[in-house]
Design a protein around this ligand. Sequence first.
Ligand code: CO
Length: 191
Amino acid sequence: MFLEDYRLEGEHLPIYTYPDPVLAKVAKPVEQFDQKLEKLVRDMLFTMYHAPGIGLAAPQVGESIRLFVIDVDFEREEVTRPDGSEGMEFSNLRPMVFINPKFTKKEGEAIGKEGCLSVPDVYEEITRAERIVVEYQDLKGQKRTMEADELLAICLQHENDHLDGVVLIDRLSPLKKKFFKTKLLKDKKRL
Ligand code: CO
């Protein structure tokens, strides 16, 4: 479901990075569909578009609940305004919100390079299902179903992993995972 009447407004939320414990937790179902939830969703979209990223899950901003936002279509461009100031301009926004998602069908295999805002500088090939059907709730709590393939299917599976406490490097071979874990911990110490 696309968020209707969406305007790019909100606050920048801090993005938690590996190995923050919030990223390893199994997130709790969303039960209250209220204004607080709507604000969180708008701030998450704002944060995702500016990062930029094509998906952001609630645990990545420190909220351990089953919710993520996705937009695999938008464009972002650096612009110089008439007054000489520089900024970012966004177009073709198609924000999607998934609450309490559950995959009811997974078919085929697709391999794609994935990155993650919570796992900086790691881009690795991951095997996912090629086509999926996802059941979820929208911002009003309404039950919905969506079929997805290609990039959207991969992105849905990546974001859903975050709700189960799984990050990108958990999907790699034990040897690769160890390599990236050591590297990420070193990088973090240096910051
Ligand atoms: Co991610």
